[in-house]
Each structure stands twice: as structure tokens, then as C-alpha cells.
Ligand binder design. Structure first.
Ligand code: AMP
Ligand code: ZN
Length: 484
């Protein structure tokens, strides 16, 4: 499999550190608010990588953190504490906020068929792991205490920027974020490993540490949690593109300084989902959530389909019109699959292998989901029997997870019921072409009377109609009438 590695900025053959086991780490949500569908684009594309690795036969262990402490509104350790901000907004405790939005996140993921990683670890569970790493970084001179906080000293590194060649001037924190520069720092890219001096008197969660009572910085949590569950070597680290700097850059700095060797071999970054007026954000106007899509009548899986139609390394623009098109295409796809006849023939292994080769070639090509979707349409067009087509679709859906077979089965059932209903529908026919509403109403009354086994009334109605000059003849599932 070829993966684009944003650390080398090259497409590389994926070779796991241990051929038997693949490890993957995903930066999880900061649980101070609902996830927006942009966040979920990242999780959704990472889910495809997760599922495809398993589909390809790898034994995968995937770990994700839940950020419930330490993430300030600026990723460069400035601004407000996001969790505290959420708690104040909703007049709840930080732990209540964390629980509520963690549950909401997994409920959104379930609606989008995003698998829950094998290990999900809240940041507040691993304080000892961070302290262990920070202690070693202090002992080896990579970290320093200043103004009560522990900072990582980026000047100790030969190479700090991994993912991009920033213009250092552009990165001056005060200028970039419009916030005060932290004068405790020796170098402008130094970052906090442990806070004891919080700007927030009411900081909710604090722990004892060798440097005083406080709480961990945001970046240390991913290094700590990854090493706790995966060990010293990580195969693939994922996240949205905004995480590349400073978050992932800092994760690499502290992890490799701590370990003394390379930590993670492949970095996968998902580009953003944007709206027409720019970046998607939780503070801006209408906040796009899975619930909002549902309220507006969309199937969350049509959003999954929408995301799969484009490559994860391209920015994607969300508009309602784009989602409408995706929903339409998704429904048509289901209808086409529903038109296939289950059990129609034996599985044609040669035809299936050929179809599968196209599908895996697409995903082996840096998880090219849009080509994988094309491979799915190719199944429908293939010259083979329906049983083989359904078998291939079911197989591909282990990765795509669009509930294709389940929805097609439901559609087939619905069509069957509709056909039965149509077949049993009572038809009233005027033999001489001119329909007479009063007569037809009487005929329906007669039908109801017969249904209720009130045959006397049914006969009475027939006589009444005869008196009006109309003759009624019963036909299967209906009646016809004509002027006498
Ligand atoms: P957060 O909960 O803010 O820590 O973000 C969760 C994940 O969503 C991270 O991997 C971010 O990089 C990613 N992310 C944030 N905004 C977007 C966006 N507009 N499109 C795609 N991914 C995003
Ligand atoms: Zn992270």
C-alpha cells in the first residue's frame, strides 16, 4: 500500500515496524462541544484507513485520546481552557461536559459508521505517564521550569519543523494568534508540558507533580497515551491538517527527545472541510453537526458517501447543494443494488477477483476513496451474474461502510410491499369512459360494506345505483360500471 507521508512529503510504500502488528494513533476530540462535520470528515477518512488495513489482513491496534484537559483555545498554549469555556457556557462541571460531549461524539460516529478505536483513553487517565516523560525531559535538559510552568526547549533540537518550512517570523505567537506572548518561554516555539501557573483561578482539574500542583499541556497527552498503549514505535499517526503544526510537531519533539530514536514512521493528515465562506468553526453562526443534517432530513450516511467521493488530501467544500447531490447519488446507488437479484447464480470467482483488484488498487493508492467508489459502480456495470455483484458489493462495503446491502435489502422489501399494495388496490372503472364521482363514491361504500360483511347494505347500494340507472359488475379487486 502506498501512503502519502506528510513528514517526508512523499508517497511511500507502507512497511509496518512489526510485520505482524500495525499500530495507529488518532488525535481524538476535545470534548467541550459537539463535533462539527469538518471534524468528522477527519475521523471518517481515518476510519477508511483503519478498515482498509484490517481488510488487507493487518492485525491493527488503533488508539485514540479524548482531550478532556489542557487544550487552550489557541493550539500554541494561549487563550482560554476549552473545557472550562464549555463548562462555563453550560453551567456544568468540566467532568459533566466531558462525559456529555464524549457520548455525543461516539453517537455521531456511530451514525456515520465510524468504528470506535480499540483503545479510547481520556487524557485525565494518564497523568502519571505524562509526569514520567516530563521528568526524563527535565533530567536530560530538554525541558526547563520557568514562571512555574515546565516548557519544552525547542532550541535543543537539530530539526524542529517537520511538516512545513515555516517562515519563523510568521510564527511569532503574539502576532499569529492575536494573544499575549508568553514571556516565560526561552524560544518562541517552546511549548508547555506542565502548567502550574494557570491564568484561570478556577482551573477545575489539577494534579500533584514534581513541579507543583497543576495540569498537563495538550501536546504531551498524545505522546503519553500513544506510548502507554502502543510502545516506543508507532506506525501511523493521523489527524486533521491543522494538527500538523504545532500539535504534531510538538508531539514529535517531545517523544523523540524522550525515546532517543524515531517514534512514528507515517503521518496522515486529512485536509479540511470548508464552507463557501471559509473555515468551519464551532463558534461561527450555524454550526454544522450530524444532528443538524438529520433535522434537515439527510441520512448521515449520505454525508459519508459525500466524503468518500473525494480524496482526503484535497480540501472539500461543503454546501447543501453538494450534500443534496450526494444524497441523490447514494439513493440511486441503493436502488440499483436493490434491483439485483440475490441468489441469482453461483459466485464467479474470476469476475470477483477482477473487480476486487480495481477496488484494492484504488485504496492502495494513498486511500483513493473516490476511485474506490468508481470501482463500486464498475461492479454494477460488470458482465457477471447478480450473485457475484452482490458478493463484491458486500465485500467492498467492509471498507466503505455505507450499509449498502442492508439498505438494498430494506429497499427490496419496501418495493415488494408497494407492489403487493398496488396489486390489492381496489380499482373502479367506468366502462363508457365518463367517470361519475357520485357513482364511484357509492361503489367504494359498497366495497367497504362487503369488507365489513354487511351484504344487505352492499345489495342495497347496488339496487340504489340501478335505480339511478347504473349497472355494476364486480371484477378482481375492483368494480366496473356503465349507464344502462
Ligand atoms: P478538535 O476536537 O478541535 O481537537 O478537532 C478534532 C479533529 O478534527 C482534529 O483531528 C482536527 O484536526 C480536525 N479538524 C478540525 N477542523 C476540521 C475541518 N474543518 N475539517 C476537517 N478536519 C478538521
Ligand atoms: Zn494529538
Amino acid at each position: 500500500m502506498i501512503l502519502y507521508n506528510s513528514a517526508s512529503r512523499k508517497r511511500e510504500e507502507f512497511v509496518p515496524h512489526d510485520p505482524e502488528h500495525v499500530s495507529m494513533y488518532t488525535c481524538g476530540p476535545t470534548v467541550y462541544h459537539f463535533a462539527h462535520i469538518g471534524n468528522l470528515r477527519s475521523y471518517l477518512m481515518e476510519d477508511i484507513l483503519d478498515r482498509y488495513l484490517r481488510y488487507s489482513g493487518y492485525n491493527l491496534k488503533r488508539v485514540m485520546n479524548i482531550t478532556d484537559v489542557g487544550h487552550l483555545t489557541s493550539d500554541a498554549d494561549e487563550g482560554e481552557d476549552k473545557m472550562l469555556k464549555g463548562a462555563k457556557r453550560e453551567h456544568k462541571t468540566v467532568m459533566e461536559i466531558a462525559k456529555f460531549y464524549t457520548d455525543a461524539f461516539f453517537s455521531d460516529c456511530a451514525k456515520l459508521n465510524i468504528r470506535t478505536p480499540d483503545v479510547v483513553e481520556p487524557a485525565t487517565n494518564c497523568i502519571d505517564d505524562y509526569i514520567k516523560i516530563i521528568t526524563k525531559l527535565m533530567d536530560t535538559g530538554y525541558a526547563y521550569l520557568s514562571g512555574g510552568n515546565v516548557y519544552f526547549d525547542t532550541s535543543k533540537l537539530e530539526k524542529y519543523y517537520i511538516f512545513n518550512d515555516f517562515n519563523e517570523e510568521d510564527l511569532a505567537v503574539g502576532v499569529r494568534e492575536g494573544v499575549e506572548e508568553d514571556t516565560n518561554k526561552r524560544n518562541k516555539n517552546d511549548f508547555v508540558l506542565w502548567f502550574t501557573k494557570s491564568k484561570f483561578e478556577d482551573q477545575a482539574l489539577k494534579w500533584d507533580s514534581p513541579w507543583g500542583v497543576g495540569y498537563p499541556g495538550w501536546h504531551i497527552e498524545c505522546s503519553g497515551i500513544s506510548m502507554k498503549h502502543i510502545g516506543e514505535y508507532l506506525d501511523i499517526h493521523c489527524g486533521g491538517i491543522d494538527n500538523a503544526f504545532p500539535h504534531h510537531t510538538n508531539e514529535i519533539a517531545q517523544s523523540e527527545s524522550y525515546l532517543g530514536h524515531k517514534w512514528c514512521n507515517y503521518w496522515m493528515h486529512v485536509l479540511h472541510l470548508n464552507t463557501n465562506d471559509g473555515k468551519m468553526s464551532k463558534s461561527k453562526g450555524e454550526f454544522l453537526t450530524v444532528s443538524l443534517l438529520e433535522e434537515k432530513g439527510y441520512d448521515p450516511l449520505s454525508y459519508r458517501f459525500f466524503c468518500l467521493q473525494s480524496h482526503y488530501r484535497k480540501a472539500l467544500v461543503f454546501t447543501w447543494e453538494n450534500l443534496d447531490n450526494a444524497q441523490l447519488a447514494y439513493n440511486k446507488l441503493i436502488a440499483k443494488i436493490a434491483a439485483l437479484k440475490p441468489g441469482d447464480g453461483e459466485i464467479d470467482e474470476a469476475a470477483y477477483s477482477e473487480l476486487k483488484a480495481k477496488f484494492t488498487a484504488a485504496l492502495d493508492n494513498d486511500i483513493n476513496t473516490s476511485l474506490a467508489v468508481t470501482a463500486l459502480y464498475d461492479v454494477l456495470k460488470a458482465k457477471t451474474n447478480d450473485a457475484t455483484k452482490l458478493y463484491a458489493i458486500d465485500d467492498f462495503d467492509k471498507v466503505l461502510s455505507l450499509d449498502l446491502i442492508k439498505k438494498a435489502d430494506a429497499k427490496r422489501e419496501e418495493l415488494k410491499k408497494q407492489a403487493a399494495a398496488a396489486a390489492s388496490e381496489f380499482t373502479v372503472i367506468s366502462e363508457d369512459g365518463a367517470s361519475v364521482p357520485e357513482v364511484e363514491a357509492k361503489i367504494l361504500e359498497r366495497r367497504d360494506a362487503k369488507k365489513a360483511k354487511n351484504f344487505a347494505l352492499a345489495d342495497q347500494i347496488r339496487d340504489d345505483l340501478k335505480a339511478l340507472g347504473y349497472e355494476i359488475t364486480d371484477i378482481p379487486n375492483g368494480a366496473k360500471y356503465k349507464k344502462i
